[in-house]
Ligand binder design. Sequence first.
Ligand code: C2E
Ligand code: MG
Ligand code: MG
Length: 729
Amino acid sequence: MNRILAELADQQKIQDMIASHEPFMDILAEVTKMVAREMPDATVTFMMYDSADETLSLVTGEGLSESYRAAMQRVKIGPNVASCGKAAYTQKVVITPDISDDPNWADYRESALQENLRACWSIPVIMDNDALLGTFSTYHPTPCTPTDDQLVLIMRAAGLLAFALARKQDQRALRIQSQRYQSLFNYHPDAVFELDLDGRFVAANRSSENIAGFEEKAILGLHFNEFLKAEYHDTATQAFDQARKGIPQYYEVVAYNISGDEYLIEVTNLPIIVDDEVVGVYGIAKDITSQRESELKLHFQRTHDMLTGLSNRAGFESRLTEDLPLAKGHVAVLLINLDGFASINDGLGHAVGDHLLQAVADRLVAGLEPSDFLARFAGDEFGVLLTERGRVEQALPVVEGLLSLLARPFVIDEHVLHVSASIGVALGRASSKNASELIQHAHLAVREAKAQGRNTWEWYVGDVDSTVREHIELRRELLEAVEHDQLVLYYQPLVDAVTGKMTSLEALVRWRHPGRGMVPPGDFIPLAERTGQIIDLDRWVLRHACQDLKNINAGRDKPLTVAVNISPVHFRRNGFFDEVKQALDESGLSPEKLELEVTEGLMMAGSEKAIELLQNIRDLGVRVAIDDFGTGFSSLSYLRQLPINKVKIDRSFVRDIDSGRENAAIVEGIITMAHHLGLEVVAEGIETEGQRNDLVNRRCDMLQGFYFSRPVPLDDLLQLPHQLPAADE
Ligand code: C2E
Ligand code: MG
Ligand code: MG
């Protein structure tokens, strides 16, 4: 009875030890003690199984020699390996009554007998799932077999060991389970954090602190948006809501670190799911600021020219690809190639060449509008993309403007350098062109321009429509007209209203076109103004008119004045004043005999500068008349501010002066007002005697019109009588 109670007490104690996770070796010692109490002369052993190499190794065995213990390490299990090896292998109890005659013990018999071991009862220690943990054995000094009680005892002992080992394994598995992701969290190089369902921080790893600078305890309980730039709150909130619904999210937002600096993070939000329920959201945030910066830098380097900081050809092409579909068919690509750059580069060195290219880039930038796109393609070649002024009539003035811009000398490292450019132009239609095709066309055109000589432009005419081609054709012809003396000056007299004497001549240009005959100015002046050719044209007229008048006046008592029409485009140009002086100097005509006709519209735009220029011209002695007066704006009082001599009433008022009462009143008003300001008044377009008389009666000073003479060539003019039909006295 005592024995049973003692055994129960032992078992209870061992189970308590197992329950409170005491070390296995302590439990094993207790089990050994329990068995030894019942079998005092037995040697109790436990061999631990290692599934990796299927061996058993002796763990306990009080009273056994060192050499025996050493021999019992890593014993391969097998059906014929002593008692333990066989018990492990067969997973059955193996009772060996006498080691000395058991064939399975052949290899170990001698050492066993030396230890005074004659009998061995071995039990496999197995878990519920049949996994082998080891063998539990008792050795006896005399041949014997177990009684039932003894067998029950050692089997119970083996059961307790199995239980202890299984608990130990469970425990470890649990610990692994709970800790296996801990290092992932702790050592992950990105910020890893956990948010509750309201978006507040529940945990944050060390990298969070490294990246943002905030300690974990400083952010716990705070909402994630408190760390993000306001404009990203919606993005982050939407993603968080999705993650909370169980859908992982990836997005980029700008966050603030502890110093208040902005940095870019790439965030992953994952739902934390426990028992099929989302209980929170994981966040992983990677700082991609420098990565993005280097991406951008790389992109910049790929698409930009390092010398000028402009886009390069690749950047230009991608811009063109983006803009072509948006531009609704009207883009112009300009390819600018400098003339004579190579000789500067070779002659003065690459440093000068580089500086020149930079200066060219600066000048081009200054000459273009913000909506235009400029790039440097290679060497001395630049590209311009016009999207908002890509129509032919818009692009041409730009091209002309750039040409004259580049023709101005550059001062580079104490050298004064003259370069000009050749420009190739291609017009794009969104539907039919692609970027490289357009550039290709511009290339063909620039080659053509080079072939024409320097400082000029060419248009790619491959498939532009007929109006454009005509336009281009005309433009080219006009260029030739100026160069090849196809321009002719006609002169129309202005007569004194009272005496009928010719006092002045207006120079009116004509184009003697080789195919079309005499072309009136109305057909080409507007085009010339748009292309900028008006400047060359007016300059030509100015010089020839001064020269002609000098010649005419040579044979006259009373010298005539010559009136020359000046386009606003020309007038506004820098250097206009010098051109006037030059024309006078070259011809020797005295300044008082030159009159410039400008339109009132000119005064409207940029008046300050225009008035100053007019004043300078007046100071020179040259006279100034406002042409087509009454058609622009009708503020007569405005005339007061202008340093002018004369007003020319537009012929539309004269036309029906005798019938239209309103016009008569206007003409009357203009004349009165002008006289009041001390200005002379001219009436244009007098065709009838009635008109002449009317104007004379209204005290107009001078008259001009077909009634007196049409505009005629110089030779015909000289045949005219000095006195033209005089007013009826
Ligand atoms: P404008 O300066 O007003 O010149 C007067 C125009 O009226 C001339 O036309 C002349 O032939 C026309 N005219 C003169 N008397 C009469 C008349 O009794 N009846 C009618 N119906 N017309 C008359 P044109 O020569 O065709 O010139 C037209 C315009 O072209 C000029 O108007 C002027 O603005 C411009 N223009 C002519 N030559 C030049 C030039 O060398 N440079 C510039 N910038 N413009 C010029
Ligand atoms: Mg005129
Ligand atoms: Mg006029």
